[in-house]
Design a protein around this ligand. Sequence first.
Ligand code: SF4
Length: 155
Amino acid sequence: MDIRIAGIIPESFVDGEGIRYAVFMQGCTRHCEGCQNPATHALDGGKIMDTAEIIAAIKRNPLLAGITLTGGEPLLQIPAATELAKATKKLGLNVWCYTGFVFEEIPAAAQELLNFVDVLVDGPFILSQRDLELDFRGSRNQRIINLNEWRKANG
Ligand code: SF4
């Protein structure tokens, strides 16, 4: 399946816990003031890859704890994000996903994707709430939500 990406960091230490294969997905319409990745905004930017190519690269690295879907806005490419997340879970690895949506407002179309996500980092970057001390997020409004715990608590 095609996926439009801005870039890949095959071994990232800053996009979640452990060594992670970070996929920076291309496209975001939110344009948060102070966004660190403005080059990821153009919906027709970046380059097209095949998700199979990405999954093969993930399989080849035994050091990975998991993958991180980030961007850009991963929820603008739900089918491709779902395919990557599902394949990653099949490999016994975990999935982190960043989104500019707040958890409670995530579109229903992303439900299947969320089933394969362990940790969601939600919400837009808000410059007035920027905090350089935070782990894995840029502003205080953003939350690191353990979806496994959330599923246990909410059935
Ligand atoms: S949602 Fe993320 S990628 Fe999009 S503009 Fe905001 S900070 Fe940048």
